[in-house]
Design a protein around this ligand. Sequence first.
Ligand code: TRP
Length: 373
Amino acid sequence: MTSVDLPTNSAESGDGLASSVDGSLRASLNRSEQIEADLQVHPERYRMLTGDRPTGKLHLGHYFGSLTNRVRLQNLGLDSWVLVADYQVIYDRDGVGDLKANVYGAIADYLAAGIDPARSTIFAHSAVAPLNQLLLPFLSLVTDAELRRNPTVKDELANSDRPMSGLMLTFPVHQAADILFCKANIVPVGKDQLPHLELTRLIARRFDERYGRADQSRQVFPFADALLSSAPNILGLDGTKMSKSRGNVIELGMTADQTAKLIKKAKTDSDRHITYDPQNRPEVSNLLMLAALATGDDPVQIAEQVGDAGGGGLKRLVTEVINDHLAPIRERRAELVADQGYLVDVLRAGNTKANEVATQTLSEVRKAMQMDY
Ligand code: TRP
């Protein structure tokens, strides 16, 4: 593994978890901007890790919200790692569902969207035993109060009637292992994931403090930064949060016809004159944003172009540009899905590489902890 010359995270010098949410969001945004600028000049300084829970099919929210950004970063020359977080499927549910289909479906989506297995390591964390072993020392570095303070965990405690599993309580620590096993220093995420990244940095720092390696040059783990994306938040076709159970999402793997039918049912409003006004016309504006993302054009201009053609005209345009944009991706996806053997090979190769790197990290951890017998 190449050692990366790490820019240090200056926002993370204080004690414990940040107290001011607004302040830390602003700091994270500033930091993201600095990194974004540096990436263009020094892509070799960065190892990026991102991941998804394989709970279902990937849709346009994933595609415009994160896949295109991953591909962009990969193409800039970053060492990129893509995690299929299969153990995270069971933190808030009893069964894994159609796990294998979801895993290979996600990998087909990744590759079709432009993730290149020669430049990005695609792996499943359940297949990387030394990664999971990091959980033991890491769990000793956090308190139960810190775990209960995590917003995702708190939300589950407040809003779910099922008892919280031990894995749910500790999943942010597992997520730290996902990031730290390969010493990733940037993690492109949405702002909901910021608390997890903060915990990851806390664990990295405490590990080095506790095991006498606070000297930065001999530090075992880097400080991982969030890279906040500038992607707009896309809603489902009914104007509410995207959710498979509401039937309001366009999956990457759908056909052009299925896409057309869904868009036809999309919610609009009674004003025939189309304008881009996210505040007052969320549904119409969301459709305009989808068209803008698919074409690279400005949503205001698209609105002017549609003008008095109304909701019907807008839907025809959105259907056309989305289907045009996705056509080559869908074609490639269909070829990949027909070649399961290839998808299996890609995942196995990624798992092998992840195991090599995780074994190396675990041996450094054991040495620091005097457990290298
Ligand atoms: N929690 C992430 C999600 O729900 C998935 C994930 C697991 C992840 N491990 C990660 C993301 C490590 C970034 C880094 O989408």
